[in-house]
Design a protein around this ligand. Structure first.
Ligand code: FAD
Length: 419
C-alpha cells in the first residue's frame, strides 16, 4: 500500500475541509472515518465566515446546491427583550450569510466533495494507536471487519472531534476551565406559523429565571427545526420523567419559546450531551496537529464550533503545504498561536454570556452603531480579524468596559422612565 502524504483522522467538517485543501494542492490525502455516513452530528448553525472558508476549499458551490437553510444572522430573546444581529452589518469584510445544516447531510456532502477533489475517504476504519517517536508517524487503524492496518504518512491531522483520538493516545488531555454543562436536544416538525419568527436566523432564548440557561431554535427547510436547551448538569438533573417529558418541561420553562413551539412534534429521539467542554495541552507535536474539536471545545452558545474547525483546517493546510515544499515552519507560531487568537475571542464572548455582561451588551437598546458592527462581526465568525477591537485577548477587558457602560446606560434610561 502506498503511503499518503497526510492521514486525516475523521471525516467531520474539519477533516473534509483539510482534506479538500490539501488534495487541491496535489497531495495524497487519506481520510479514515470510524463511522459510516450519513451519521447524526450536533452543531447545525454555521457562522458567516464558514462560507468564505468553504469557498477557499472549493466546497461552497456544492453546499449552496445542497439546499440548506439560508442564514443571515442571530436573534436573542429574554422575556420581553429582543435583539437581533444581521451579519450584513458586520465590521469585517467578507461573506455576510451562511447556512443552517442538518449535519448528517452536510458532513456527507463535504466528505464526498473532498473525494471529488482527490482525497481518499474510507469509512468504518478507526485509528487506535499512534507512535510519533520516529521521523514519521506510525498509525494503527482497525477496520470494522477486524483487520489491522499500519500507515506511515508524512503527517497526521487529527480531526476526530469529540473522539479526541490523539489527545487520548498521546496523553494530551487537559481539563476545561468551563463548568460542566449539558445539552438536551431534538429535531422537530416545528409547526410555527409563518411570520412568527425569522427563519433565516438562529433564535437563542434565555430562561427568565436563570440567565445561564438558554435554548436554541435552528430552523431547517421544510418546517423542521433543531430545538435544544443548555444548562448546568444540576439544572438538567432537576427534571424528572422520560427523555421526552424532561425535554418538553425544559422547553416550557421559557414561556415565549413554549408558545412558539406549542404545536411542535418530535421527529427523532431526544439526545443529550453532557460535559462537552474540553481542552488539550498542545495543538501540535512531531508529525501531527489537532483540528477542530479534537483540540478544544468551548461552548455551543455562539455556534463557533464548525467555524473554529474549518479555520483550523485552513491554517494547518497552509503550514503543511509550506513544510512539504521544504520551508522551515513553526507549528506553534504559525498554526497554534494564530488559531488561538480567534478561540480566545470566542472564549471572551462565552464567559461574558454566562456572567451576564455580554447579555447586557446584546440587549442594550441604545447601541453605538460602530460597536454594534464589531460585536456583530464576532457573532458572524470573523473572530480572527485583529483590526476589530473585540477580538483576541484584549477583547475581555474591552467587553467588560462596554458591559459596564451598557449597565450604566440602562440604569439612566430606567430612571428617566425609558424601557
Ligand atoms: P466532528 O464533527 O465531531 O467529526 C469528527 C469525526 O471523527 C466523526 O465523524 C467521528 O466519527 C470521527 N472519529 C472519531 N474518532 C475517530 C477515530 N478514532 N478514528 C477515525 N474516525 C474517528 N457548532 C457550530 O458550529 N454550530 C452549532 O450550532 C453548534 N451547536 C452545538 C451544540 C452542542 C450541544 C454541542 C455539544 C456542540 C455544538 N457545536 C456547534 C459544535 C460542533 O458540534 C463541533 O464543533 C463540530 O462538529 C466539530 O467538527 P469536527 O470536524 O472537529 O469534529
Amino acid at each position: 500500500m502506498s503511503q499518503p502524504d497526510v492521514l486525516v483522522i475523521g471525516a467531520g467538517p474539519a477533516g473534509s475541509v483539510a482534506a479538500a485543501l490539501l488534495a487541491k494542492r496535489g497531495y495524497q490525502v487519506l481520510v479514515l472515518e470510524k463511522q459510516h455516513f450519513p451519521r447524526f452530528s450536533i452543531g447545525e448553525s454555521l457562522l458567516a465566515y464558514t462560507a468564505q472558508l468553504l469557498q477557499e476549499a472549493g466546497l461552497f458551490d456544492a453546499v449552496v446546491a445542497g439546499g440548506f437553510q439560508y442564514k443571515n444572522g442571530a436573534s436573542f430573546v429574554w422575556g420581553e427583550q429582543y435583539s437581533e444581529f444581521n451579519f450584513a452589518d458586520k465590521f469585517t469584510a467578507g461573506c455576510p450569510f451562511t447556512f443552517q445544516v442538518v449535519r448528517s447531510e452536510f458532513d456527507h456532502l463535504l466528505a464526498k466533495e473532498a473525494e471529488r477533489l482527490g482525497a481518499t475517504v474510507r469509512y468504518g476504519v478507526a485509528i487506535t494507536e499512534i507512535d510519533v517517536s520516529g521521523t514519521t508517524p506510525v498509525v494503527t487503524a482497525k477496520v470494522e471487519t477486524g483487520e489491522v492496518e499500519i500507515h506511515r504518512p508524512r503527517f497526521v491531522l487529527d480531526a476526530s472531534g469529540f473522539g479526541r483520538t490523539l489527545a487520548r493516545l498521546l496523553d494530551l488531555e487537559k481539563p476545561s476551565s468551563f463548568p460542566m454543562r449539558a445539552a438536551r436536544f431534538c429535531h422537530v416538525k416545528d409547526r410555527i406559523p409563518a411570520g412568527e419568527f425569522d427563519r433565516q436566523k438562529i433564535r437563542v432564548g434565555i430562561n427568565p429565571k436563570h440567565r445561564d440557561v438558554w435554548s436554541w431554535l435552528i430552523p431547517f427547510p421544510n418546517g423542521t427545526s433543531s430545538l435544544g436547551v443548555v444548562a448546568t448538569l444540576d439544572q438538567h438533573r432537576a427534571y424528572q420523567g422520560t427523555d421526552e417529558e424532561k425535554y418538553w418541561a425544559q422547553i416550557a420553562d421559557e414561556p415565549k419559546l413554549r408558545e412558539l413551539v406549542k404545536d411542535a412534534q418530535i421527529t427523532r429521539p431526544v439526545g443529550e450531551i453532557l460535559g462537552y467542554a474540553a481542552n488539550v495541552k498542545t495543538l501540535c507535536g512531531p508529525g501531527f496537529a489537532l483540528l477542530g474539536n479534537a483540540a478544544e471545545f468551548l461552548d455551543p452558545v455562539f455556534s463557533s464550533g464548525v467555524t473554529i474547525a474549518l479555520h483550523s483546517a485552513k491554517l494547518a493546510a497552509e503550514v503543511l503545504d509550506r513544510q512539504f515544499r521544504g520551508e522551515t515552519v513553526s507549528w506553534q507560531q504559525e498554526f497554534a498561536e494564530p488559531l488561538m487568537f480567534g478561540v480566545e475571542t470566542f472564549r471572551t464572548f462565552v464567559l461574558g454570556w454566562y456572567d451576564g455582561s455580554l447579555q447586557d451588551v446584546i440587549f442594550y437598546p441604545d447601541k453605538t452603531p460602530a460597536i454594534h458592527r464589531m460585536i456583530c462581526s464576532v457573532l458572524a465568525g470573523y473572530a480572527w480579524d485583529a483590526a476589530n477591537p473585540y477580538t483576541g485577548v484584549p477583547s475581555a477587558r474591552r467587553l467588560r468596559t462596554l458591559a459596564g457602560m451598557c449597565r450604566d446606560g440602562t440604569a439612566k434610561r430606567a430612571s428617566a422612565g425609558l424601557s
